[in-house]
Design a binder for this molecule. Structure first.
Ligand code: SF4
Length: 432
């Protein structure tokens, strides 16, 4: 696995955390999560003129096919160039084979504007140099098609890190921005409906220009300059954030826009960064915020006083636990995350109770024992752990659903709460 990313801000930002964080030594264990290829499922829906060509094995193809099973009736914007035995044995020139596949693909799909060559475990094991392949193919297809590469391999990345790697590869191609007006870049993949809602509120604030990254059309990348300030909607974009800083943009520290409180803080942080009166921001968000509070309250009766336990999976664990605690009145028995970026998480760490222990990449077996003993009301975990935990009589929620479902922003706060209340209601009905 790759190393813990370097904090984006000075380490002092962590001083806001008062509770312990376990992170290394005996408690640093394996992560039972998907690899970074999974990010293609939401990325390909977002960038409709892009194609993701996984250079991998049949296992990679099967993973993608089952994880994105709903796409089986549509022509998906991803595929797998299978590395065969001849490639593995060195009997075929893998670069030539790849070039042939790319040529076929681009002639069949002329609407593709960006082609991502996505590395996998097998391509890395045979040391297939996809950066060189992308460079060589770019010379042939530029300017019609931009060809980039990143790794989605399970050796290099976990689950949501695939999005970070993909966006990081795009940052180098962001054009310089000409306008000197204040500029906000919202970074992280959002469902279009959520993007539209947030854009409407940001435009209503006024006084700055707004872009979303990634854009819906990969060929229309937003510009970046020293006037650009960016805010994240996903907490797992450390490399992308660092690359944007390298281009002169500055990061706006904020909670993540989950729940009415998180979303309010997100807008207030943007308003502050853009020198807007707080009263102006409060006025613009008043109505959607009230709707969010009302929608969340409808689930509070089911969830208040219940306990939750997080296994590490999506890197969304900390903001979700904060939402449960702040807005649903739940207690959190344990919260664990595959990576804890102390800089990007500083506003969230400041919002959680001082006596919580945050586990970074805990040993799964030890955590399993703690979970069975604690018998929480709801366990948020990866697919692989859900069935065994249910067999022990525990109620689970698949972490992957929290990534696949639109949950950001005021209008989705009720849906987010429903993702937690539904399994508990189901359990209650079965027990009745
Ligand atoms: S990239 Fe690696 S972990 Fe992911 S599906 Fe392929 S072989 Fe499995």
């Amino acid at each position: 696995m790759s190393a813990l990313p370097i904090p984006i801000v000075a380490q002092e930002a962590c001083a806001v955390k008062t509770g312990p964080i376990t992170t290394s030594g005996a408690d640093r264990g394996q992560r039972e999560v998907f690899c970074g290829l999974t990010g293609i499922i939401w990325l390909h829906r977002k960038m409709q003129d892009a194609f993701f060509l996984i250079v991998g094995s049949r296992t990679c193809a099967h993973l993608m096919q089952s994880a994105a099973g709903v796409m089986i009736f549509a022509e998906p914007r991803f595929g797998t160039a299978i590395i065969g035995e001849r490639d593995l044995a060195g009997l075929a020139d893998a670069h030539e084979e790849l070039e042939r596949v790319v040529t076929e693909l681009l002639s069949r799909r002329p609407q593709i504007r960006t082609l991502f060559l996505v590395g996998s475990c097998p391509s890395e094991v045979i040391k297939l140099d996809l950066a060189r392949a992308a460079q060589r193919l770019s010379q042939k297809y530029t300017p019609q098609v931009r060809i980039l590469n990143y790794s989605g391999s399970g050796i290099e990345t976990t689950f949501t890190q695939g999005e970070d790697a993909c966006l990081r590869s795009l940052v180098d191609h962001l054009p310089a921005r000409e306008s000197s007006k204040p500029h906000l870049m919202v970074v992280g993949t959002l469902a279009d409906v959520v993007e539209d809602q947030l854009r409407g509120l940001l435009n209503a604030l006024g006084g700055f220009e707004v872009d979303f990254f990634p854009p819906r059309r990969s060929a229309e990348l937003p510009g970046v300059s020293a006037n650009t300030q960016f805010v994240l909607v996903q907490p797992f974009l450390a490399d992308t954030a660092r690359a944007l800083q390298g281009k002169g943009a500055s990061w706006i520290p904020a909670k993540y826009p989950l729940g009415s409180e998180g979303t309010t803080d997100w807008f207030l942080a943007i308003g502050k960064a853009m020198d807007l009166d707080e009263s102006r921001v409060q006025e613009v968000i008043r109505a959607p915020r009230e709707r969010a509070v009302k929608a969340v309250a409808a689930h509070r009766a089911t969830l208040e006083g219940k306990s939750a336990f997080f296994f590490p999976d999506s890197q969304l664990e900390l903001p979700l636990a904060r939402f449960m605690h702040q807005e649903l009145g739940m207690s959190v028995t344990e919260v664990a995350t595959p990576y804890l970026h102390r800089g990007l998480m500083a506003p969230e760490l400041a919002a959680i109770p001082a006596d919580w222990t945050v586990h970074e990449a805990p040993d799964v077996d030890a955590q399993w024992d703690r979970c069975i003993e604690a018998r929480p009301d709801l366990v948020i975990c990866g697919l692989g752990l859900a069935n065994p935990l249910e067999a022990h009589g525990l109620t689970t929620k698949w972490a992957i659903e929290l990534v696949f479902t639109p949950i950001q922003g005021f209008e989705q706060a009720g849906d987010l709460a429903a993702l937690f209340s539904r399994p508990l209601r189901r359990r209650m009905k079965l027990a009745a």
